[in-house]
Structure formats: C-alpha cells, structure tokens
Design a protein around this ligand. Sequence first.
Ligand code: HEM
Length: 371
Amino acid sequence: MNEQIILPEPDPIPLPAPYWLLKFLLVLTFILHIIAMNFALGGGFIAGITDLIGRKKSNQFYTNLSASLSKMLPIATAFTITLGIAPLLFVQVLYGQYFYTSSIIMAWPWLSVILLLIIGYYGYYIYQFNFEKLSGIRAWIVLGSAVLFAVIGLIYTNNLVLMLTPEKWAQKYFTNPHGTNLNFDDPTVIPRYLHFFVASISVAGLLVLIYGLGKINKDEKYGRWAIKYGGLWFVIGTIVQYAVGIWFLLSLKKEFLLLFMGENSLATIIFGVSVLLSLLSLILILLSFNALNPKPLAIGGIVSLFLTIAGMSIMRDILRNAYLQNYFKPEQFDVQIQISVLLVFAVVFVAGLITVGYMLSKVLKLKPTTA
Ligand code: HEM
C-alpha cells in the first residue's frame, strides 16, 4: 500500500522544563489517573452486580457494600477527571502534533466523551443520593453509568493508538474528513482496551478488599466477607488478565513485541518484574482470605499490584516511543526552563495529593447505610 505521511510541524514554543522531567510527570500522573479510573469504572460494575446479588439473595452484606460503593463512585469519578487533566497537559506538550491530529480525525467520538462523562457522572450521583428510594432499578442506573464510562475508555484507546500511527492518518482523513472515524481496523485496539477494562475490574476488587480491611475491627464478619468478596473479583480479573495480556502482546507488530522479549533490556526487565509482581500479588491476596490477620498479606498484595501498574505504565510509554521512533526526536525540542511555573506545579501537585489522601481516609471510614 502506498502510504502518504502528513505530519504537522511541532509547536514552536519551547518546553518549560527538561524533556525527562515532563516525561516522568506524564507517566506518574497517568498512573494516578488510571488507578482512579479503575475505581470509577470497575467500581461501577462491581456496585451494580453486587446490588443485584444482594436483592436476589436478600443478603444485607451485598446491599451494605453497594451502598458504601455508591458513596465512593462520584468521588472516584472526580479524581479520574482531575487526575486526567495533568497527563492531558503533558501529552499535549510532548506529543501535541500526534495527539491533536488523531483527535481531529476522530473528532466526533472524541468530543462525545464529554457528554458520556456528564451523563455517567450524573448516574453515579443519582445512585448515591437515591439509593434507598430507587430500590429495584438503581442497580441498572449504576450499571448504565459504568457502561458509558467503559465506552469512554474505548474512545481513549482508539485515539491513543491512532496518534501512534501517523502513516494511517492521511488515508483515514481523506476517505472520511467528517471527523467520524474510529480506529478499530488496528488489530491492537481491542486487546489493548480489554487489558485496561479487565484491569479496572481487578483493581476495583482491591478497593473493596481495602474497604474490608478498614471494617474488620468494627465488624469482623462483614470486614472479612468484604476482603474475600473484593479479593475474589481481583483474583478472577487477574487470571483473565493473563490471557488478555498475552493477546495484547501478540497483537503488536513483531518488532514491538520483541522489545519486551530481550531486544530492549530495560523493557524486558520491567516486563518480567511486572508479571512476577502481579503473580506475587495474586498469591498474597489469596493467602489473605483465610489468614488470622489478613492485613499484612493483603497490604503486601496491594503494594505489589500498584508496583505492577507502575511497571506496566512505563512499558506503555516505552511502546509509545517505539511506535513513534521514526518521527519523534526528543533531542530536537527547544527547552526554556521556567522555574516559577515548575515550583507552583510542584506545590499544588503535592498539596492536591495530600488532600486526596485525606479524603480517601474519610471515605474508607464511612458507615454502611442499610437499604
Ligand atoms: C470515566 C472516564 C475515563 C475513562 C474510563 C478513561 C480511561 C482511560 C484509558 C483506558 C486510558 C488509556 C488508553 C490507552 O492507552 O489505550 C486513558 C488514558 C488517558 N486519559 Fe483517561 N479516562 C477517563 C477520563 C479522562 C478525562 C476526563 C481525562 C482528562 C481530563 C483523561 C485523560 C487521559 C489522558 C491524558 C490519557 C493518556 C495519557 C498518556 O497517553 O500517557 N481521561 N484514559
């Protein structure tokens, strides 16, 4: 096929900080965004399904848990959005010419994210504030919102993969210049998306487990139940993830796949360590189910899993640079360091993280309401 490559000029404005620092902040804030997103998206599915099981079994534990989750979901959504803005800024600074172009090619689906987000967010609030009043249909409302969030994730994956393949832009744009394109003809889009989706279920399962750890001293039976119940979502999700992860790897072009199979030693080490950490976390969480004191094992499992997410996010970035290696030359960036801007960012960022930590500790202490 004759590929026509049209690449916009990079932004002439110099970078306000060294490339490595912006890159570090991009990956760091992406990790934070994706963890919050996992709680918001996976948490919505778990809340809805748990609610349905609670009604079917007339079991108060399930209903109590979905009531508690109903209070966490709007907060997790707010974190997802706020923590999404930071990587959005860094992506635009570093990869603007790629990100803007792909966003224009699929403009309508891309813009629809805002509408989907508003409706989904609304649904989460309706679920929280009318939990008792809505009884029968509330589970469907929260599941509806979770599906909308799942569609948002799919649109993100479409765009973030399209931005990596400038060789497809001209053909896509000239065939359909109306901004209604998607990127499903790329064989990596579905497995890559499922990798994020399944992870969100697993990580939200861990949120339930963490919630159970917080409850164990006040109500041991309920706390232990929540640890096992959330842990089970995590374990099943993670086992499914091994199959999806392999599918994603195999869907990559051979040259990219080989990066993680020895060709690039950093990528290979991070890949190996991340997979081992995910296994460790699976084992520790399973062991915590019947332990006399589940806390140390569960905390070990949670830490291992968060390190896995960090490792996978770094791999994702290595993959992005590999895709763009023929176009993206970081050494060509002009840099004009703006210390004052960087300092303001650092102070606000740290203060923001402290606030988030404080709010999370408050949420975890919430008393379950009965329905
Ligand atoms: C419920 C809503 C959201 C969901 C489910 C979601 C999901 C995702 C997913 C799955 C990815 C990774 C896609 C991939 O690499 O294939 C992603 C990346 C990203 N998201 Fe979100 N997102 C949401 C909201 C937002 C919002 C509101 C913003 C911005 C304000 C945002 C900013 C970003 C950015 C900038 C990236 C890419 C970062 C990078 O490439 O390093 N997200 N999101």
